[in-house]
Design a protein around this ligand. Structure first.
Ligand code: ZN
Length: 262
């Protein structure tokens, strides 16, 4: 298990002041947020460092924008837990900014409760959908360098990846601790979340399995985002017929299932 669970928010925004505003919006979702210290290099060789303990958060975020090495040590409440020694950074590369929250994994009960922790993290990530970011990801010690500069690639190196623009969530075959295998997968067309196999092996090789719910074949019916949306619309218009009716839960609700997609 990694020492940290990292949550990253990536934006194509180029104006530093807008990036700072957007990061501040995410921070406003962290209850009782307290900036303990801001540690930043004084020169380009990182030979001299400064550590400020009384610095306004906007100024500290500005220092983060100036150097990928700047660290904000923080304390806040997330999912009713007091998180100490969390590190916030802003990384700039490939013409993108990434706001990174590094949360010590000891704050989470990953051994017994990883699914609930993942669900809480997904909710937290989704709540930031209007904060001006284009993508969000979560994994053990993950960085946005793992994904870019090839954002068009289907390969997903993160446990959880959300595209805010495409309203799409991708779960990889491992959970956020970096090693627990995910046993169920989500159909990108209907949102059914009990697929035995991932629709794409390693995130990009189509499995050609058929979804038990909507009957889509992965690699055939979901090749483009446009195709996914058209097939979803068609399936809903035709009455959401289950391909494998025995798998349909008694109190199944379309709206609940579609929430898995975003
Ligand atoms: Zn489906």
């Amino acid at each position: 298990m990694g020492d940290y669970i990292n949550i990253g928010f990536v934006t194509k925004e180029v104006q530093e002041k807008n990036v700072i505003t957007n990061c501040a919006k995410v921070i406003s979702r962290l209850n009782s947020f307290k900036l303990i210290s801001c540690k930043y290099p004084l020169d380009e060789n990182y030979s001299e460092w400064c550590e400020d303990e009384n610095i306004p958060i906007e100024t500290a975020l500005g220092k983060c924008c100036k150097s990928n090495m700047t660290e904000l040590i923080c304390e806040y409440i997330l999912f009713d837990k007091t998180i100490r020694n969390s590190v916030l950074r802003i990384k700039k590369d490939f013409g993108l900014y990434c706001f990174l929250l590094e949360i010590p994994s000891e704050n989470f009960n990953l051994n017994n409760d990883i699914d609930n922790v993942e669900n809480e993290i997904i909710t937290f990530m989704r709540n930031a959908s209007n904060d001006g970011f284009d993508f969000a990801f979560c994994d053990s010690e993950a960085d946005f360098y793992d994904y870019f500069p090839e954002p068009k690639s289907r390969k997903n190196p993160h446990s959880i990846f959300i595209s805010f623009n495409e309203h799409k969530i991708k779960l990889s075959s491992w959970k956020i601790d970096g090693f627990t295998e995910r046993s169920y997968y989500i159909c990108p067309i209907c949102g059914y979340d009990r697929l035995d196999e991932p629709p794409y092996i390693d995130g990009y090789i189509p499995s050609h399995d058929i979804c038990d719910c909507c009957g889509s074949e992965f690699g055939l019916d979901d090749c483009t985002q446009k195709q996914i949306e058209e097939n979803r619309k068609k399936w809903i218009e035709e009455g959401c017929r289950w391909f494998y009716t025995e798998k349909k839960p008694p109190n199944w609700k379309l709206d609940e299932q579609l929430k898995n997609l975003y």
